[in-house]
Design a protein around this ligand. Structure first.
Ligand code: SF4
Length: 389
């Protein structure tokens, strides 16, 4: 079986107010990152064997903040992974945050085989950063971006967040312009979402200094248009790139490829094309238990039936500008997607929100992904009322 690999690094140098990822603050003399690397390396070997993985086409080392592992840590992690089969992965992405992504770390990642870097810029604007307690200092960004551009030429991506406190159109477009001066190949423009349970969710939008929702939506659209005009084509809800610079690993998620997840809080999905059935393996978010146990209730395996996977294929596939992989859908489930959600497709085509040439939303259609998915699910489940205007 072929499966991509996601490795979750559960460490950060701080805690941002809007974050709901599993990560723990780590200090310099903390022994856990070293123990974590040992465990990931042995776990990778065990999981490849357990699930019969014969080839790993793409790898994504995310988190958390992989750059807190330092140059030595990333060298050891990348150098210690034993790939099954003959071929090395085609794409290996490493995430990094400016406060820990110094030149030593970036060189070690590049020399260790990383082919892409994803840098968490988020904003150059100090007031916005401070108000959401973004880790790291904005003043480090120019130096880190310069090093990223040198060490990952045509192969680095940067994240920017829209809808931050103290951010207006001038600030957001100024941030994007500044970022593009370092020639990233890829930009992720995320609209800030207030996730339940985060410190940000404890305040009202107003008290947190966040713009009203309609203003936040307008800002994101201005950012999208700016990137498009600069030659960065939108290829997913929040992702833009120069031609040919898409993240292959992420396309694998949107097209429901197979992947394994390693590390606390990681999950993976493996689907059998012959039966349309799948398996989801999830690791509980508990680093200390994960480090100290071989295998047990920390890891759960859930069987996924074809109806569940059909819905996930719709949910993920329509995020992507090329839409779901319809041939794979037919092979896995023995049905044409168009037969199952044909009325929804026709209605969205009439509205000009579905591409005429393929089963995929237009760029404007992507703005209405949630209502589209709701309608498609209703039709799939035979629940949709005959006419909804
Ligand atoms: S650096 Fe990233 S993963 Fe870490 S707390 Fe901030 S948003 Fe979360």
């Amino acid at each position: 079986m072929t499966a991509s690999l996601y490795i979750h690094v559960p460490f950060c140098s701080g805690a941002c107010d809007y974050c709901d990822f599993y990560s723990l603050p780590v200090k310099e003399d903390d022994p856990r990152p070293e123990l974590y690397i040992d465990k990931v390396l042995s776990d990778a070997e065990a999981q490849f064997a357990r699930y019969g993985i014969g080839r790993v086409p793409t790898v994504y080392i995310g988190g958390g903040t992989p750059s807190v592992l330092g140059a030595k840590g990333i060298r050891r992690l990348l150098g210690g992974l034993l790939w099954p089969g003959e071929a090395r992965p085609l794409e290996i992405t490493v995430e990094a945050n400016p406060e820990s992504a110094d030149r030593g770390f970036l060189s070690a990642a590049a020399q260790g085989g990383a082919t892409r870097l994803s840098l968490g810029v988020q904003s150059f604007h100090e007031a916005s950063r401070r108000q959401v307690r973004r880790t790291g200092e904005g003043r480090l960004l120019p130096e880190r971006l310069k090093a990223a551009a040198e060490l990952f030429p045509c192969a680095f991506s940067a994240d920017i967040i829209s809808g931050l406190p103290s951010q207006n159109e001038k600030v957001l477009l100024g941030d994007l312009e500044r970022l593009l001066s370092y020639s990233p190949a890829h930009v992720s423009l995320y609209a800030l979402t207030v996730e339940e349970g985060t410190p940000l969710a404890k305040k009202s939008r107003k008290a947190a200094g966040l713009p009203p929702m309609d203003e936040a939506d307008r800002l994101w659209i201005r950012g999208r248009d700016f990137l498009e005009e600069a030659g960065y084509g939108q290829y997913e809800v929040s992702n833009f790139c120069l031609p040919g610079k898409e993240s292959r690993h992420n396309i694998g998620y949107w097209r429901m490829g197979n992947w394994l997840g390693l590390g606390p809080a990681a999950s993976g999905t493996l689907i059998d094309d012959a039966t349309g059935r799948g398996l989801r393996r999830t690791v509980a978010p508990d680093l200390d238990l994960w480090l100290n146990r071989e295998r047990g209730e920390l890891e759960s395996e859930e069987l996924l039936d074809p109806p569940t996977l059909m819905k996930e294929t719709i949910l993920m596939g329509f995020r992507y500008i090329e839409g779901p992989d319809t041939a794979l859908f037919r092979r896995r489930f023995g049905r044409d997607l168009e037969d199952l959600i044909g009325r929804t497709i026709a209605r969205w085509r009439e509205r000009g929100l579905m591409r005429p040439d393929r089963m995929a939303l237009t760029k404007e259609g992507l703005l209405f992904l949630n209502p589209f998915v709701t309608e498609a699910f209703e039709e799939l489940e035979g629940r949709r009322p005959p006419c909804r205007g």
